[in-house]
Design a protein around this ligand. Structure first.
Ligand SMILES: [Mg+2]
Length: 295
């Protein structure tokens, strides 16, 4: 039997709506087209309902703020800050920012009180009431910290390289050093870092010196959620966004229970995240979407 005209028109409308292109792409889908604005209704509409309580975990550099040539130059936009503040103060959201920066540095950059800040990839935690929790670093290693920095400053800091002191770890930066000096200064920095009992990891135009303990952002997120959000946090709603390989540990940790977003324009990149989103601006729209659910 033929459909009546209004019903046929309605079916056509529904079909057209279903065929409209996705405005972002699922993680690990190389063939998805490049889109600018993700459809968070589609990604999260069934997961986070109006009135739900949510734990929101975020990276800072490259996620809440655009990357710059020097960490001091990085700024979060006023709009992003306002949205994050609204979420943090909604009474329905638990917010934590877990960064590679030192914890006081990341708190200063964001400047919102009602957030649990974690620095040094989770080694340090700073609570809104000012109390701190640091993962146990062996005393003999911790005692070497200042000596290691002095040694690096004396021997490998020259021609544009510099040491970032992050209180429990360091980063030796050579992005702005004269190229002809880089191989030797990077190799020597690694030797010096290791001679003081720290682990030397190659990073982007830098060498990181970290204490020799097994800890990462994923374990830090698990600790923060379990101790401050809910011991049964796996039964609750958890969202995370990050842009770097160190953020993958969080994505892995909440896989299956939470929802995660990897900020990247690389469609070939394989990630543990549930979705890829292309930019810091897309993170802003993610926050606005969450704000619309909790405020
Ligand atoms: Mg980052």
């Amino acid at each position: 039997m033929a459909r009546s005209t209004p019903l046929a028109a309605l079916s056509c409308l529904i079909l057209l709506n279903c065929l409209k292109p996705l405005i972002s792409w699922p993680a690990n889908d190389k063939h998805a087209s490049d889109m600018s604005q993700p459809d968070f209704d589609q990604y999260l509409g069934d997961y986070l309902k109006p009135g739900d309580t949510v734990a929101l975990l975020l990276d800072y550099d490259g996620t809440l703020a655009e990357l710059t040539s020097h960490p001091n130059l990085t700024q979060m936009s006023d709009e992003m800050r306002e949205s994050l503040r609204n979420i943090a103060n909604s009474g329905k959201a638990f917010v934590s920012v877990i960064s590679g920066r030192d914890v006081d540095g990341v708190k200063e950059k964001i400047g919102i009180n009602n957030i649990i800040y974690s620095g040094n990839h989770g080694l340090e935690v700073l609570y809104p009431n000012g109390t701190r929790h640091n993962q146990g670093i062996p005393k003999d290693v911790a005692d070497n910290f200042d000596k290691m920095i002095d040694h690096l400053n004396r021997e490998v800091v020259h021609h544009g390289s510099w040491v970032e002191n992050k209180r429990v770890s360091i980063t030796f930066h050579f992005r702005e050093a004269e190229q002809k000096y880089v191989p030797e200064m990077a190799a020597r920095a690694k030797e010096i870092i290791e001679s003081y009992g720290y682990r030397a990891n190659p990073a982007h135009a830098s060498v990181e010196g970290k204490p020799p303990i097994q800890w990462n952002k994923g374990l830090a997120a698990e600790y923060i959620l379990g101790s401050s959000f809910d011991p049964n946090w796996r039964t609750r709603k958890v969202l995370f966004a990050g842009d770097d390989t160190t953020d993958e540990d969080v994505m892995k940790m909440i896989k299956g229970t939470g929802r995660s977003f990897r900020v990247t324009k690389d469609k070939d990149l394989v990630t543990n995240a549930d979705y890829k989103i292309p930019s810091v601006d897309a993170v802003y729209h993610l926050l606005k979407w969450i704000e619309s659910r909790v405020v």
